[in-house]
Write a protein that binds this ligand. Sequence first.
Ligand SMILES: [Zn+2]
Length: 398
Amino acid sequence: MFSNHVTNDLSAYCTGELTAERNREVAEHIIACAQCRSEYDEIKVGVNLAQQLPVETAPPEMWSKIEAALQSGPAIQPSSRRAFFWRPQFAAIAAAVVVVILIGVWVSRNRQIQPAGPAWQVATLNGRPTIGSTQISGRGELAVGQWLETDQNSSAQINVASIGQVQVDPNTRVRLVATKPTEHRLELARGQMSARIWAPPRLFFVDTPSAVAADLGCAYTLIVDNSGSSLLRVTSGWVALELKDRESVVPAGAACQTRPGIGPGTPYFEDAGAEFLTALTEFDFDSNPAEKSRALTRLLQTSRVKDTLTLWHLLTRVNGDERRRVFDRMTSLVDLPADVTREGILNLDSAMLNKWKEKLEFYWVSGTVDPKAKKDLKSGRPFSLWPKLKEAVRNVGK
Ligand SMILES: [Zn+2]
């Protein structure tokens, strides 16, 4: 499927050396190609590490020690000279020298290619938004650390480096936290913003008071209210909402709420039934264990095949008998893949959980009918293949 992998351009992509057009081609390829994406992830880790290393000059004693070690050479018999080079001390010094040289080369190379002042272009859409304490009309620049604020009559659009756009709606406060080749980060303190990002996964982040939204190649809307709670609605691709060890992965058509002190709730499809949605909110954010348990029963009863998005996330958030009930409801809706066992899932075997998720993603993304469920995913009504087959045959004849 992919004849033109972008492997050769990945490190240049990571350090911002490509032209804007090539940058976008590489970004789009990485979103679709798992092979290049995994290579990119590895390169990104290396670049991140190198960026955090301070540049140090080697102390003079180090060189004199190396010289002394080399000058002690004549004392070593030719037959044992080879042994000298394999001594641990020499190997350690040699390795340190190589690392210092490599870091030096990397840093000096990247000094030249980094863009000068990190700032994002802002265009006014309505009214007079402010950047810092200055009102802007037309265009402006948002530098790292600065706040962009809109009142009830103003809105703005931000160009996120070369990787996407963010629309800032009225009554919103956002701050540019960081912008570098391996990470672009905004903070949304309150209000509403919509993002459209065409970068590879995990390059664009939005901090909110109760979770971090990590872009996985997507378009989405994020709303933060005055209490610090937020609502994420994804319109294309995937977004991950994270707080500490809790992660909710949200595909297009789905949404997820967050609360201060709790973090991300469980993701759900917005076309789920009203009873399912009410029960899920109670389960996620009610503090009374008995209420939670009753809510879980109701949401399991009213779940559809597509709602396995919610149930899959619940597997790791409930224990004991509740986990068994979630599992049983899931397997009544969809089959377990080969090599995935009941015992493995109940023990939260991460490889098995991921394998099952990969199979479920097909239903989440395509909305395809699962034969086992015999229900139409859109209407939730019992589904029969026969009328569709007849219709298809009729259409072929036309
Ligand atoms: Zn590729």
